[in-house]
Design a protein around this ligand. Sequence first.
Ligand code: ADP
Ligand code: F6P
Length: 319
Amino acid sequence: MKKIGILTSGGDCSGMNACVRSAVRTALRLNIEVVGFRKGYLGVMKGDCIDLDSKTVSGIMHRGGTFLQSARSPEFKTPEGQAKAVEMLRSLQVEGLVILGGDGSLSGALALHRLGFPVVGIPASIDNDIPFTDMALGVDTALNNIIYAVDCIKDTASSHARAFVIEVMGRNSGYLASIAAIASGAEFALVPEREFDLAEICQQLRQRFEEGRDNAIIILAEGASSGQAIADSIKDAIGFETRVTVLGHYQRGGAPTVFDRLLASRFGKKAVELLVSGNHGVMAGLSCNTILATPIEDVIRGEKRPQDEMLRLAEVLGI
Ligand code: ADP
Ligand code: F6P
């Protein structure tokens, strides 16, 4: 290959810049040119790209977000949009594409692969809902952001003897909520993967209040309910005054943790090596601390990672 492209798509996450940097530097060492497409698949369809050299990607490792920008493009979901993208890639003489994103973006990668265009995917989404990788890029940073926020909220909750419902992201996955609850010592994690009984929760919170405890933290996954709805249902029954915090997009930004910087660097290098060696249509994933390639077809068809072990751990810890 003489020239490859790279793009970041879907919800941005910390570590995307570090990953692009690693992919670019790996390709340059192999004497392969790299272009970066702006705004994910939108940039591919429009041919909106920039040349990436070693200098362009220096000084970006510590920055959250994605300097290539990201987008959600409904047009690319259509066969016409995908054909347009392949045509544009061929006219730009781009011979392969490294695609960073969540499960939607990886479905897009699969579409290009099925059209015969060489792609390698990299799992990048704070939701950690992508099969065949222990961790997606950005998850660790998002969790650290959440824990920082929960610790801060606990300080003010204790000062006023309040209960807080803290809503975290994750789309349909309760991963962020369950891990955040374990790591912050929260009282409850409400996640889509496990049914919960609000009457039972109210009773336990009431007991906690009557014991004289000075705070209660309930971490809610956005896929399970809304923070306000939970607070409205419990506020008159638990004794504690109740407040809601929706952490929102704060969770997605900020400097990547060391874990994410390293994972990003490993993913970027491996993706380019796979692409160049002709191992296309695969996703680089983390498995038992090794970066392995899995066909994107299997990733898209694969079952979401079960939460059983973490939920059991939460139960044992009294969450
Ligand atoms: P994420 O990658 O974070 O899951 P999205 O689900 O929004 O985010 O997907 C990002 C982009 O990937 C979409 O805007 C669309 O362009 C493309 N995409 C999503 N699903 C598909 C699909 N089934 N087929 C082709 N492209 C898709
Ligand atoms: O998929 C990542 C994610 O941050 C989800 O956790 C969240 O539901 C969604 O993206 C938010 O999307 P947007 O940035 O389009 O509001």
